[in-house]
Write a protein of this length. Sequence first.
Length: 366
Amino acid sequence: MAAMDTIIPVADAIPLEALKRVLVIKLRHHGDVLLSSPVFSALKRHAPGVEIDALVYSDTAPMLTLHPDINEVHRIDREWKDLGWFSRLREELHLFAVLRAAKYDLVVHLTEHWRGAWIARLAGVRWAVGPSRPGKRWKRSFTHRIAHPRNALRHVVEVNLDALRRIGIYPAADERKLTLVAGREAEMQVTVHMRNLGLENKRFIHIHPASRWFFKCWTAERMAALITRLQADGERIVLTAAPTRTETEIVASIQAKLATPVASLAGQLNLKELAALTGRAKLFIGVDSAPMHMAAAMGTPTVALFGPSGDQQWGPWGVPFRVVASRNHPCRPCGIDGCGGGKVSDCLLSLTPEEVYGAARELLAP
């Protein structure tokens, strides 16, 4: 959309001058939450006087904390479901009381989670926008319902922003950028790590080879072969992984297959520190995972390996990138957790180190 274009908003557009407080709800995983960050930026640009809060799961909060356009990040602990019924009810009622006391004018619900519908109904808001789905109770929870595409060709960032378009806000191109702020403490900690490893800003490649979803992971043998090729070019490599046994074991397996092991911070970084590190890399290489989206948000050129998930829907956003995906599997993207649900994806295993190396060299070229 060009800046000079005149847009005629939908007939039931919300009067932005009437908004004082808005709650945006995104109850999904880390990458999903990060990909909602442009919603806050665009809304603030169009309604600069509004206070915008977020509601997310506690473990995903670092994806939005320190965002300059977010006033407060409310949290829901996933562990509530493991509490006894009385304790869970107490937590739920406390959350509803806090949200109702905030006196929001608008709720923007970005998923089909029923909690967002209940909040929209019980928080006393004047307007609420959420996805279209069947059911009278759901429909009555929202004054505006979003029409989502029926294919996987629209990027999730744009799908999130459709919530704003539905109420008469049309984001310009420069309002659709991801925002991720590592923060001073994380930056300082990463400076120490880099000093200990002898690394310099923009002089190393960051590789995050794992995902919590095994069906999105490449093999350790192929990742080691790729790293060996990059080492032969004189590239410095840093490996990272989440602090889980599965992911750290994947990194250990890769290291064991290298003639010369590379620097590793696997299991040593929190999310803000991971953001700070990837922001200092000259290139990120990884699979379809939250760290891939974090690299893009931090402005780092990205090589992303895709298997059964859709790269047009979930690919790197807003940075130079290369997607490496099979052209010989017309069944992808299928969205299945491995072929037949077996946790191993043939389309991903068909990718060669040479293909990924070629994509990396294209982005590293001066």
